[in-house]
Design a protein around this ligand. Structure first.
Ligand code: ADP
Length: 170
């Protein structure tokens, strides 16, 4: 029987920008699963503050600094997540959930992915309460209005975000 501990798992998201909440999920998942692939969704219909390459750079830089974590890879995906999962042989999509309000959306998304490919399962990991209110969109707004985001994102991300909201067209 294949156990969870030998599974390759993907953790997809926009990560625009990645937050301490995302990094907490990455850290905790890396301790459970054999291989964790963080998948940066790059949907041409969506407008991002950071390009896929910038999001890739922010996540890889941070993950490299995690002590004793060597099983995390980062990739950019421009198609369906289930197709990507099939391509790399991952059977599980991991999603983080915060409040119950996340659950509606996450549950629907998991049903959609299951309809697209029933071989791929979605698992949910609850947020640590420290990160309960962290949301990329909210953090961008706080940064835009000059609020303190130093507890919400790592220093490298904070620097890039502050520079970007000052020059939103860059
Ligand atoms: P968001 O813009 O809501 O942060 P993402 O698409 O970037 O969304 O998030 C990717 C995944 O990480 C989703 O499953 C999302 O629910 C989860 N996530 C986002 N923020 C947190 C957090 N603070 N704690 C736990 N999981 C989170």
């Amino acid at each position: 029987m294949t156990t969870l501990s030998v599974m390759k798992v993907i953790y997809p998201g926009s990560f625009d920008p990645p937050t301490n909440g995302h990094f907490d999920i990455i850290n905790r998942a890396a301790a459970i699963f054999e291989q964790l692939e963080v998948v940066i969704a790059d949907n041409p219909r969506k407008k991002y503050l950071f390009s896929a390459d910038e999001r890739f750079e922010m996540i890889t830089t941070m993950v490299r600094e995690f002590p004793n974590v060597h099983n995390v890879q980062v990739t950019i995906c421009r198609g369906l997540i289930v197709d990507f999962a099939e391509k790399i042989g991952a059977k599980v999509i991991l999603r983080g959930v915060r409040a119950l309000s996340d659950f509606d959306y996450e549950f629907e998304l998991s049903m959609m992915n299951r309809a697209l490919d029933p071989k791929i399962e979605t698992l949910f990991m609850p947020t640590d309460q420290k990160y309960f209110v962290l949301r990329s969109s909210g953090i961008k707004e706080v940064a835009t209005f000059g609020g303190d985001i130093s507890e919400m994102v790592p220093p490298g991300v904070e620097k890039k975000l502050l520079a970007r909201v000052k020059q939103p067209d860059k």
